[in-house]
Every structure is written in C-alpha cells, then in structure tokens.
Design a protein around this ligand. Structure first.
Ligand SMILES: NC(=O)c1ccc[n+]([C@@H]2O[C@H](COP(=O)([O-])OP(=O)(O)OC[C@H]3O[C@@H](n4cnc5c(N)ncnc54)[C@H](OP(=O)(O)O)[C@@H]3O)[C@@H](O)[C@H]2O)c1
Length: 351
C-alpha cells in the first residue's frame, strides 16, 4: 500500500509549504508542510521543478496580514530557480530541461512547493555561472531595480556618457533591492549615493557600486549637502516613503524624478514637487503579470539581460546567507532574517 502511495506521490501529489493562520514566525504553525495535487501546465505555462527559492519582505507581509483562518493552506514565495519539466501548448520561449529563474505572479501559488506553474513571459534562463543558491537571490529584486531605474525613473542604461553627469540617491542601498539597484545604477554610468546606517552596510554598498554613502538614520538633506550636493537628479526610495518624503522633495533637482517601491500609509503630498516640476512614479514588480499588460514579456527580456550581466561578471549575486534543504525549519529561519529589517543582500534556500 505504501509503495502504491509512494508512486502516486511522484505523479499526482507534490510537497509544499504554506500557512492557514497568520501567526508570528516563532509559532509552530506559522508555516506548515502539506501535499497538493501536481499542477498541469496550460497555454503559456511552464511546470517547473523548484530547486532554489528566496524570501522577500512581500512573503512576510502576506504571511502576517489577515486574521481569518484559511480553508486551504496558502503557498507563497516569489523567487525561484529550477528546471522546466512540462510546457503548455502555447509555450515558445522554453523547453523541458531548461534551467530557469523567475519571481512569479502575485495572483498564483508561490514557489514554496516542489513544482510550480509560471507564465513563460515572466521567466528567464537562469545564469549559467551561478549556483541555485546564488541565482535564487536575483529575480524579484532585479526586476524591481531594473523597472524602477530604467522604466519608472526613465534612465537610459545605454546613455552611459550622459549618465556620468547625473547623480542618483538610493535610499536603502544594502537591502535586497538596493544591492541590485546600486549595481545597476553604477553599471548605467550614474554617480551613485546609497544610504546605509551601519559599518557593515556602508562597506556592502561601496563594494556594490556606491560612490558615496549617506546615513538614513540622520537628516538626508544634511547628509547629501555634506557630500557637496544641493540636489540630486534621481531618487529611488526603497524603505519607507512616508518617513523620507519631505527629504526627497527637498533634495530632488528641478525637473528631476523620484520613484518608490514602498507603500505609503499617509497621503503623499505631491504639492511639494509643484514648483520643481519634479515627477513621482511608483514601481510594483507584480504590475505586469497582475494586469496581464501588453508589455508583460518585457520581464522575460529583463531576466535574460540580467542573466547575461551576471554570467559576464558585470553584476554579482546578492546572496549573503543560504540554507538547505527547503523545509519548514529553514524557511522559518529565512522569514525571521527578512523580518529584522536589517538584512544585507538576500537569503536563499536550496534542495
Ligand atoms: N514595489 C515592489 O515591486 C517591491 C519589490 C521588492 C520590495 N519591495 C518593498 O521594498 C522594501 C525593501 O525591500 P528589500 O527586499 O530591499 O528590503 P530589505 O532587504 O529587508 O531591506 C533591509 C535594509 O533596510 C535598511 N533600512 C532599515 N531602515 C531603513 C530606513 N529607515 N531607511 C532606509 N533604509 C533602511 C537596512 O539598512 P541598515 O541596517 O543599514 O539600516 C537593511 O539593510 C520592502 O518594504 C519591500 O516590501 C517592493
């Protein structure tokens, strides 16, 4: 009987980790292991055997928000590296056996499972020179940083000469997104000022492309002035929009651009930008797949470019800690690290 069940398990069921109750991570049932039916790919779907994942603040946010007990466990996880095992009828970009990496969709079950369905248009071939632990750190943060810099702040990454005359302030240079944004801004030729508040985060951002640093625990206007600037051309806000808004409005150059990836809890006072004609834009990495936008496949293109930059040594992985195997105990450790709000780079898990 056990043998039959074992065989069925291989084909009809898969292991997953999720939650039904929104509990502090220290509690026994905050994350639990269970079995799910094996999903089947349709249309543009890839069925991926997941071998590496990472944890982002969005995992913590979704796990913590809510009070209802869910009827079915919710599977989260928005970073994966793995191998394509089956493809839907409309797939053209990948074939079984391809090693891939992706962040995935906010509307579908996440990567904390043995197998996952993902739309090929938001997937890239994984960087060949990176291990699963190194590659799993990349997709969500690289997509956020790339879209924030090159779509929402409208920086042209090919205009390196022009970019050398421009300065960007990155608020939170040492977290997952900041570690990638700092590298990409440096790669695009910009002068990069990154914020970091501790000796180890200051050292980290300098090693990842920051020309100068400021301390986000002090007044950023004074900090930037001390470096010799009255204004900066671009600001990319990656930690707390409400806390940094007035500083940003004062620091942005007339005609400059600000983008943020964090949610506001207060109304954003755009009036502070009126006289400067400065622009403000949101970046949400999930927008394209959430709304199935016409340019959704641009996430495939971005991940392919990022993989090339990693393989050619122009970018480096931001993985700083990794656990193996992917199980409840290790996933809880990773959630606890991300919850600290002091993570440097990324934490990943692999099988
Ligand atoms: N919109 C999107 O698509 C998107 C995508 C990814 C992430 N996010 C959001 O963006 C935020 C950052 O994500 P992440 O993964 O980069 O975070 P993270 O890795 O958890 O960031 C940790 C870092 O934040 C720094 N920090 C703490 N307080 C700060 C402050 N007041 N100002 C500036 N920096 C501060 C810490 O540096 P020190 O220890 O030196 O203080 C630490 O190294 C989260 O809120 C996340 O939910 C949004």
């Amino acid at each position: 009987m056990e043998g039959v069940r074992g065989k069925l398990k291989m084909t009809k069921y898969m292991e997953a980790i999720g939650f039904t109750k929104h509990l502090p991570i220290s509690q026994a049932d905050s994350l639990v292991a269970f079995e799910l039916p094996m999903p089947s790919p349709e249309a543009h779907d890839l069925l991926v055997q997941v071998t590496g994942i990472s944890v982002n603040p969005v995992d913590v946010g979704v796990r913590q928000s809510g009070s209802a007990v869910l009827a079915q466990p919710k599977v989260i996880g928005w970073d994966a590296v793995g191998t394509v095992v089956k493809t839907g009828a409309d797939v053209t970009l990948f074939q079984p056996g391809d090693r891939v990496f992706y962040a995935g969709s906010f509307k579908r079950p996440g990567s904390n499972s043995a197998y996952q369905l993902v739309d090929e248009r938001i997937v890239g071939h994984a960087p060949q020179k990176l291990s699963d632990a190194q590659a799993a750190a990349i997709p969500l943060t690289a997509l956020t940083a790339w879209e924030g810099l090159f779509e929402q702040l409208e920086i042209d990454p090919t205009a390196k000469k022009r970019n050398e005359q421009k300065t960007i302030l990155i608020i939170n240079g040492s977290g997952g997104v900041g570690s990638m944004a700092t590298q990409l801004a440096h790669w695009a030729g910009l002068k990069v000022i990154a914020s970091a508040s501790r000796p180890e985060t200051i050292q980290w951002v300098k090693a990842h492309g920051a020309d100068q640093t400021v301390n986000h625990r002090h007044d950023l206007v004074q900090e930037v002035k001390k470096l010799g600037y009255s204004y900066v051309d671009y600001i990319f806000e990656l930690n707390n929009l409400d806390a940094h808004w007035t500083e940003m409005a004062r620091l942005i150059k007339p005609g400059g651009r600000i983008a943020s990836i964090t949610e506001n809890r207060k109304l954003v006072d755009l009036k502070q930008l009126t006289k400067k004609r400065a622009k403000f834009a949101w970046e949400w990495m999930f927008s394209k797949s959430y709304f199935q936008t016409e340019d959704m496949q641009s996430q495939h293109d971005i991940l392919e470019k990022v993989a090339h930059l990693l393989d050619s040594g122009q970018l480096v992985t931001t993985m700083t800690q990794t656990f193996s195997p992917i199980n409840v105990a290790n996933l809880k450790k990773a959630h606890a690290i991300v919850e600290s709000n002091h993570e440097i780079g990324k934490v990943t898990l692999t099988n």
